[in-house]
Ligand binder design. Sequence first.
Ligand SMILES: O=C(O)CCC(=O)C(=O)O
Ligand SMILES: [Fe+2]
Length: 276
Amino acid sequence: MKPTDADHLIRNTEVVQQVDPLFDAETTSPLNREALLRLAAGTLGAIRVPDMLTPEGCVQLCAQLDGTEFSTYDERRIWPPIAKFGPAVYDYYLDGQLRPEYWQDARKAEEQWAKATGADDPMEALIAQIAEAWDGPVSRATVGGRSLFAGMVRELKGDPRMHFDEVVREFPGVFDHTPIAQLGFNCYISLPEDGGELNVFRRRWRPTDDEDRIGFGWSQTIVAREPHLTLTPELGEGIFFDTRNYHFITPSTKGRRLTLAFFVGVTADNRLIIWA
Ligand SMILES: O=C(O)CCC(=O)C(=O)O
Ligand SMILES: [Fe+2]
């Protein structure tokens, strides 16, 4: 049988290039700029920085927050409820802007935080370590020149529903400086006895994924064939990952899983902007 032109083209093609999925976790102490750039560029899966806070510091912070009021994400949007300290931009976004209550709640959370933590502010300690690695300004993200709250404390029990976080898709044009990459940062200040792993997939959201949407999350069938990382956090460790990649937390049943968390945006003018 005479080969068709199409057969001929396919048969002449040889695979000579091996494509590396580039989705490893890098452990580094101290944090370094190169790792942050690789994470932002998508050629690294996660950065793990041991001991960003000391185990004693973690225990102390949990104790200091004991008497502090926690709220939940808007329960119409996220169910079952997630306990957290401090306001999330996510909850206040309406009709293309932040609802005005955001600013009162942000300043109130900052006051409560200062009162609870006193002179040794763990947020400042974490930001100092990030700023030391990053050769450029590191500051709170702003909206209309006003600083957003950062440094939320969140208690996650885990949920096999995956989600992604990408402020430019969810709230386009709201921030004064548009992030070109969005990283998530969590420092683990209390860990459960079981579960609680952070699972990150090398896969961003696509519009067709919405056929598999389950409430605020998406079905794991979407990522069945994708490379992924399963990270078991250590106390005091800081983990950075690209929150535009789908991720979920393995459910835990015993003990509290608390993180001091914020997003880190990388801007085209070499800033890191942080917010919750
Ligand atoms: O708590 C974690 O390990 C990650 C939580 C999360 O969904 C995020 O930081 O975007
Ligand atoms: Fe997330």
